[in-house]
Ligand binder design. Sequence first.
Ligand code: SF4
Length: 120
Amino acid sequence: MTMKVFRGITCPVCGMACDDIEVWYDEEKQEIIVKNVCREGAPKFKELVSPHRIREPMIKKNGKFVKVSWEEAIEKAAEILANAKRPLLFMGAETSAEAHIVGLHMAEYLGGVVDSNSTI
Ligand code: SF4
């Protein structure tokens, strides 16, 4: 059994920011086991390996989504953001503070607007 263990992870789900989360990843079973997480937070970590999750980047070409490399997807995303007159960076809940920092820097650089689902 090959396990990767990540300790001291902060849960981004409800805002309580529990910061002693352990995530165990069983590479053979492609299964995630979590410790020190409540019932609300656990499914969010486990969905990382869900078969329903889109694992490869896709771009719409000629009306259909096609799989592309990460480099092409990132290039396309940068092109869309750079060409937008006033981009909206919608940074939802359940996102880490570190990701929010990056998003805020991007919005400032692009002259964009930041919003989240807390405004709904
Ligand atoms: S573990 Fe539960 S209580 Fe703690 S931050 Fe995550 S969702 Fe909130």
